[in-house]
Design a protein around this ligand. Structure first.
Ligand SMILES: Cc1ncc(COP(=O)(O)O)c(C=O)c1O
Length: 287
């Protein structure tokens, strides 16, 4: 059982394996707890991501993980967006936590690395054996870069989350946008859950514009924000997600994902502001 929205690579990998007949894959809206619970009977593995990439849907991790464990389902949580400072899924009962270390943990967009974390020693041995035999062994330089990054994780996460909250409040008032998705906004559908279960609201904001042309124009007009596909680094990144072919078609075409970095928040807002100004309805109709 996979989230209908998640990191596109996870969905594609699972989809490829499912189409080769290795397993049956069901996708669910992780924010809809009843829907997730209804799929657990007979499931082997539940893969969770919360908030989801890039839709920022928030799952009731506590309820879902408890129910999955009671049903004997192995639970994997991709905790990349949260980092261990914001959510600790092993403590909620998850079997395995996955991090793209490439993102916040290393934090400087200069290393590609991943981590699986488990407190189950038998599972750990199996994962370690798989890793050793299949060759995905971390290089010493990558590990060194990741350890360098980890030293400032707390400071970086604190700053990027503060920046994201500041920007989300500005963005929600901007007439160029049709929607702002960010669990830190009080009217976001995931707000209460995130406030109850997470130790912060993260640093990813997804915004929606009127159409693809407006979304592309925004990405082309920013100067401080870098147009790039990764996230979780010190520099702020911006991307229209559907430009990637692997992205689920239920992700709106004009959705732009912002990975908020640790720069001066006024600089970040000023840059977005100048890029959004010509895209506001009043401006567009006079052109
Ligand atoms: C939630 C999530 N998990 C995993 C990954 C995979 O990351 P990596 O680049 O380290 O393969 C990403 C990348 O965007 C992601 O967003």
């Amino acid at each position: 059982v996979m989230p209908r929205h998640a990191y596109a690579g996870s969905l594609s990998l699972a989809g490829d394996e499912a189409s080769r007949g290795r397993f049956t894959m069901l996708t669910v809206d992780v924010a809809d707890t009843d829907q997730v619970l209804a799929t657990l009977a007979g499931a082997d593995l539940l893969w969770l991501e919360s908030p989801t990439n890039p839709m920022l849907e928030v799952a009731d991790l506590l309820t879902i993980i408890s129910a999955a464990k009671a049903a004997g389902v192995t639970v994997v949580v991709d905790n990349t967006f949260n980092t261990p400072l914001v959510c600790r899924p092993l403590e909620l009962g998850a079997d395995v936590v996955l991090h793209s270390v490439t993102k916040y943990l290393a934090g400087h967009s200069d290393v590609v690395l991943g981590a699986l974390v488990t407190s189950n020693t038998e599972l750990r041995s199996r994962l370690l054996r798989h890793r050793t035999l299949h060759g995905a062994i971390a290089g010493p330089f990558e590990v060194w870069l990741a350890l360098r990054g980890l030293r400032t994780l707390a400071l970086r996460v604190e700053r990027s989350q503060t920046n994201a909250l500041y920007l989300a409040h500005k963005l929600r008032l901007d007439p160029a946008l049709t929607r702002v998705r960010f669990p830190g906004l009080p009217d976001d559908p995931g707000h209460q859950r995130a406030a109850d279960q997470l130790n912060g609201f993260g640093s990813i904001i997804s915004i929606e514009l009127a159409d693809v042309a407006a979304a592309e124009a925004l990405v082309a007009a920013v100067r401080v924000w870098l147009p790039a596909t990764s996230l979780g680094g010190v520099e702020s990144l911006i991307e229209r997600r559907r430009r990637q072919s692997g992205e689920p078609v239920t992700v709106p075409e004009a959705l732009v994902r912002l990975s908020v970095g640790i720069e001066n928040p006024e600089d970040l807002w000023a840059d977005l502001e100048q890029a959004l100004a010509p895209l506001r309805p009043a401006e567009r109709s006079t052109r």
